[in-house]
Design a protein around this ligand. Structure first.
Ligand code: N2P
Length: 381
């Protein structure tokens, strides 16, 4: 289904209908181009909007602020992985208006016809997005989605634990090598409950591409995971930072960078200047992801979803999201509102030598069925 949405056109028409226009009062821009103020003032918003996001990936106050400003109730829910999101969406009738898939999943969803088309030229705040984040390979021309936040996948570890006395666990060997696991497993290890991420960790460790489509390589990754699995306490990618890291149920976790940073700051002690959790990027390489704001093709509230999408790209809103989640923002205009401690933190905004080790996950096409088969074996045994 092809839906090209023109927010400015729609707003422009409404402005005319309401007697607005180039000289028509507040919100009317010079030259007749609608501004964000017009967008805020004139678009007809639905009474509610359903938003489906990763866990711990927004300050819910930002949703409350939107409700207060625009009178739109947000129905909010979270998911644990891109594949969970896809399953929900494919089940149909999900009712979601805004979803936040990662890069490779955007490509898969476009292929499956699950996303509404948008025209970013109609979203005034898209201008705030940094050039390097626009027009991504998985969604040329941002024809479906706008960038939300990005980050890295690595290893979170308990600061001060003797197991890490010789240095950070900066190798995937800490997830897979029995001699290391024997030391750390008794105190608890968590891995992300995320098939592409866990397979990528194993593939990096084996020296293969995280986007391998080779059955023999994927089977080797599965076997590596299966031999390490008895050492792992939990598969959790949803509330692991609060229920496992912060509460000291574990000492090591396969982790997304911002979640580890949240665990650091929530345990931060002013007296020592330290938090309980640190983060490291394995030497073998690691995943870098770009998460995106998209609208399911079957949304019944597309204009409101576009309005919300535009709101998330306001410089101060995007900064508030990063200041809460500790994930880097693609929003260039937000930078002046981001806490400098976050901007200058190499565990959040990676320096070039770390960035050089990061790789995107891409759509693996039909090989996804091999990944599904491997994952079923991994989770089933
Ligand atoms: C936050 C999840 C980060 C998104 N808990 C990973 N793509």
């Amino acid at each position: 289904m092809k839906k090209v949405i023109g927010l400015v056109i729609l707003i422009g028409l409404l402005a005319v209908a309401c007697g607005g226009g180039p000289a028509g009062g507040p919100g009317a821009a010079e030259g007749g181009e609608p501004t964000a103020a017009v967008a805020e003032g004139e678009v007809q918003l639905a009474p509610e909007l359903s938003v489906y996001n990763w866990a711990d990936y927004i300050d819910e106050q930002i949703l409350a602020d939107y409700t207060e400003r625009y009178g739109v109730e947000i129905i909010y829910d979270t998911f644990a992985s891109n594949e969970d999101l896809l399953t929900k969406l494919q089940a149909g009738a999900s009712g979601y208006d805004i979803i936040i898939p990662s890069d490779y999943m955007v490509a898969q969803m476009i292929e499956l016809g699950l996303l509404a088309e948008i025209d970013v030229a109609t979203l005034p705040n898209f201008a705030n997005i940094g050039a390097e984040f626009k027009d991504p390979p998985y969604d040329p021309g941002n024809a479906h989605c706008t960038p939300y936040q990005w980050g890295m996948t690595g290893i979170g570890y308990r600061n001060g634990n003797p197991a890490f006395a010789d240095g950070p666990p900066n190798s995937w060997a800490y997830l897979f090598e029995p001699s290391l696991l024997e030391q750390t497993a008794p105190e608890g290890i968590n891995v992300l409950n995320d098939q592409r991420e866990l397979m990528a960790a194993a593939l990096f460790f084996l020296g293969h591409s995280p986007n391998s489509t080779d059955r023999a390589e994927l089977e080797a990754a599965r076997d590596l995971i299966l031999q390490a699995k008895p050492y792992w306490k939990t598969f959790n990618s949803e509330d692991y930072y609060s229920t496992l890291m912060e509460s000291d149920e574990i000492i090591l976790s396969h982790a997304w960078s911002g979640d580890a940073a949240q665990a650091f700051w929530s345990t931060y002690d002013d007296a020592t200047g330290e938090g309980n959790w640190l983060f490291t990027v394995p030497v073998e390489g690691a995943v870098r992801y770009q998460d995106n704001v998209c609208i399911p093709a079957n949304s019944q509230r597309i204009e409101t979803a576009l309005h919300f999408m535009n709101y998330l790209m306001e410089a101060e809103v995007a900064a508030a999201i990063t200041n809460f989640t500790f994930y880097p923002s693609p929003n260039e205009a937000a930078k002046e509102f981001i806490n400098p401690d976050i901007l200058n933190n190499p565990g959040i905004f990676p320096p070039p030598e770390v960035a050089a080790k990061l790789q995107w996950l891409t759509d693996v096409g039909d090989a996804i069925f091999i990944y599904d088969e491997m994952w079923t074996a991994i989770k089933g045994q």
